[in-house]
Write a protein that binds this ligand. Structure first.
Ligand SMILES: Nc1nc2c(ncn2[C@@H]2O[C@H](COP(=O)(O)OP(=O)(O)OP(=O)(O)O)[C@@H](O)[C@H]2O)c(=O)[nH]1
Ligand SMILES: [Mg+2]
Length: 294
């Protein structure tokens, strides 16, 4: 009988600045929505575990918040999620897109201190021609001793199989850590809040992506209908005005779209009650942060 290849399993941290496409990548690789995505900054707020099991073994990804300098308690925790993931990881995928900003110097020193195997993942190559991608690789290749440099498009699915194969190559030999059918580990409450927030992020601009959050008050099954009551926290009455919109138009729009998303998630009718609440300084409240990230 032919001896099967040894399995490789381990932990992989997805790091990089906000908006480079870390969460888009994880959803594409797992072919399911594990983490919410938006074109607004600081979408992911905590470490999200995502498991990919294949014949080769098991990759346990940590999707992380974008790396930034924290100014609020929430952001301190977001950065702690990054440093914890970096510490726990067997391998790091450092994501960039087209830009290479100044604050990346500080990220490079973080990576140096961690002393882990790091791949450079250049995402969004669908936006560039081949020449530009090569130029980018040329520019980045000596900045850090990357183990591999992999250009991908998370959005179009380009090169994801190549990246997956390379990941397995660098993971230690070993059996699965999680049962084969595990995909993620998030509470229903947190994920529902995230789905609502993702819908809201499509509509709000300026500082609102940073200053708003969703607090789930209730999820109850009532016969044919799932009732979801949630509060949208804002920090000031000016922000409340924006989220509510003219004659309630904005909140109605958010609510309708979020309800449809939740109906897709639950596979049944949803009654969604959204209420906008002013909670000044919630980003510095340990209690609120604890509630919204649980
Ligand atoms: N054109 C293009 N857009 C992409 C690609 N990957 C992600 N995006 C877009 O980039 C934006 C940010 O994507 P996210 O996946 O939320 O980025 P992130 O790195 O998780 O951001 P944070 O959670 O804030 O750290 C979204 O509008 C995505 O649709 C890609 O390969 N090509
Ligand atoms: Mg993200």
């Amino acid at each position: 009988m032919k001896k099967s290849n040894p399995r490789h399993s381990g932990y992989v941290a997805l790091l990089g600045r906000t908006n480079v496409g870390k969460s888009t990548f994880i959803n594409a690789l797992l072919r399911t929505k594990v983490a919410i995505v938006s074109n607004k900054p600081q979408t992911t707020r905590k470490r999200i575990l995502a498991v990919k099991t294949s014949e080769q073994g098991q990759i346990i990804f940590f999707d992380c918040p974008g790396i930034h300098k924290p100014h609020f308690k929430l952001n301190d925790l977001m950065m702690k999620a990054v440093t914890d993931a970096l510490f726990d990881a067997d391998l790091v995928l450092y994501f960039i897109d087209l830009a290479f900003a100044r604050e990346d110097d500080f990220i490079i020193s973080l990576l140096e201190k961690a002393a882990k195997n790091v791949f450079l993942v250049i995402n969004k190559i669908d936006k560039l021609n081949k020449g530009k991608v090569l130029e980018k690789i040329q520019h980045e290749k000596d900045i850090f001793p990357w183990r591999e440099i992999v250009p991908i498009s998370a959005l179009k699915g380009d090169n994801l199989d190549v990246l997956e194969a390379l990941i397995f190559k660098y993971l230690p030999e070993g059996e699965n850590f999680f049962p084969d059918d595990t995909i993620t580990q998030q509470s229903e409450k947190f994920f529902i809040g995230e789905l609502i927030r993702e819908n809201m992020l499509q509509w709000v601009e300026d500082e609102l992506p940073f200053t708003t959050t969703i607090k789930i008050e209730e999820i109850t099954e009532r016969g044919e209908v799932t009732v979801v009551r949630a509060e949208i926290y804002v920090e000031s009455s000016a922000q409340k005005k924006i989220v509510v919109g003219k004659k309630g138009a904005m909140i109605k729009q958010i609510g309708q779209q979020a309800r449809q998303t939740l109906e897709g998630h639950f596979g049944k009718k949803v009654f969604l009650d959204l209420f906008v609440k002013i909670v000044p300084g919630w980003r510095n409240s340990s209690q609120v942060i604890h509630d919204i990230l649980q």
